[in-house]
Design a protein around this ligand. Structure first.
Ligand code: F0G
Length: 350
């Protein structure tokens, strides 16, 4: 089977004879069935879509491969984006692959270490601003209007078209759309893209139904839930620390057209789900990814009936991107002398 995402779903994508079919091996990510949470929640089937298995460790690669292919087709030399980290890592990788200059604006000191390392090693020019993501996005929009550069944030429709392929893969794997799709919401591009994918597959007769779209913002960065922008968004889930999402209106449309909801989860709910995903399922997603699982637990606690339902939680990014947050967990660590008796004593194996 071809490992090129653009080729696989070519008929659904804005690809022409001059679009280069570039690839770093994105897409075709695992859909892994839950071992424990499914039983605890009491739903029919629960799956995790492991977008963390993409080449740069997040779902951004699906959209970036198309955005960069179209930039190359248009003979653009430079791509630019604002990012909480993952978009910059992905843009830097595909930019490097295609010999483009990649320029990224990030909130200074607010990007998880792994993502920052990725942008640096792929050779991006990183501008760290004393401001938040929303300010960075506003600046790159102005720069892209004034200068001959291609904006590769999800305002670029090619990003959304690429990202919708994850919905196609879920339907292809299950043979039908799930009942619920749970997804973290930051700049709201991904929920928009999944809804686009599910509705396109439905219209093409590849699915008989569409799922309810259940989006989850972080409580301290929940503009859509509150109904107004948040000037100083705060959350441990730095990827979704966004106060004025670019795809706000289309996220609301996805929610309403699908009969779903957009709610929020607190940092403690996110961190609990983050640990549970790792310890109960063996899956290490980054904190923002755990918002979908935290949302599932919240729905179950609210008494939402999920008996017999098929649910997919999107694990949007890899846990290793954010080692600082993972290292807060020290319960399993014992520091001991290199001494057999001391180890046996600590283990109570005497
Ligand atoms: N999960 C992760 C791991 C992310 O990196 C993001 C967004 C989201 C969820 C939310 O997706 O923005 O489409 O609603 N990260 C962007 C970035 C903002 O710059 O990397 P969204």
């Amino acid at each position: 089977m071809c490992s090129c995402l653009l080729q696989k779903y070519e008929s659904f994508l804005p690809i022409g004879p001059n679009t280069p079919l570039i690839t770093l091996g994105e897409g075709n990510t695992p859909l892994v069935r839950s071992q424990r949470l499914e039983k605890e929640i009491g739903c029919g089937e629960l799956y995790f879509k492991l977008e963390s298995c993409n080449p740069t460790g997040s779902f951004k690669d699906r959209g970036m491969v198309l955005a960069v292919a179209k930039a190359v087709e248009a003979r653009s030399q430079t791509i630019i984006c604002a990012s909480t980290g993952n978009t910059s890592a992905s843009a830097a990788a595909y930019g490097a692959r295609c010999g483009l200059t990649t320029l990224v604006l990030v909130p200074r000191g607010k990007v998880a270490q792994g993502k920052f390392a990725q942008a640096m090693i792929y050779g991006a020019k990183v501008i760290a601003i004393d401001g938040n993501f929303d300010q960075a996005l506003s600046l790159v929009k102005s720069l892209a209007k004034k200068h001959p550069v291609t904006l590769v944030n999800s305002l670029n429709p090619n990003r959304l078209h690429g990202q919708k392929t994850a919905a196609f893969e879920i339907v292809d794997a299950l043979g039908e759309a799930p009942d619920y799709l749970l997804i973290p919401v930051g700049n709201a591009g991904n929920i928009t893209a999944y809804w686009l994918g599910f509705t396109e597959y439905y219209k093409a007769g590849r699915a008989k139904k569409t799922p309810k779209m259940m989006g989850f913002e972080a409580e301290g960065a929940a503009p859509i839930v509150l109904g107004h922008p948040v000037a100083e968004p705060k959350t441990v889930a730095s990827a979704i620390r966004i106060g004025n999402p670019a795809s706000w209106q289309s996220a609301i449309a996805a929610r309403d057209e699908s009969g779903g909801t957009i709610d929020c989860v607190s940092d403690s709910e996110i961190l609990r789900a983050y640990r549970l995903l790792a310890t109960a399922e063996g899956l290490f997603g980054e904190p923002a990814s755990a918002a979908s699982v935290a949302g599932l637990i919240k729905l179950a606690n609210q008494g939402v009936k999920m008996t017999g339902k098929r649910i997919v939680c999107v694990i949007t990014g890899a846990g290793l991107k954010d080692p600082e947050t993972a290292m807060m967990e020290r319960d399993g660590l014992w520091e001991l002398p290199p001494d057999l008796a001391a180890i046996e004593e600590a283990l109570e194996w005497n």
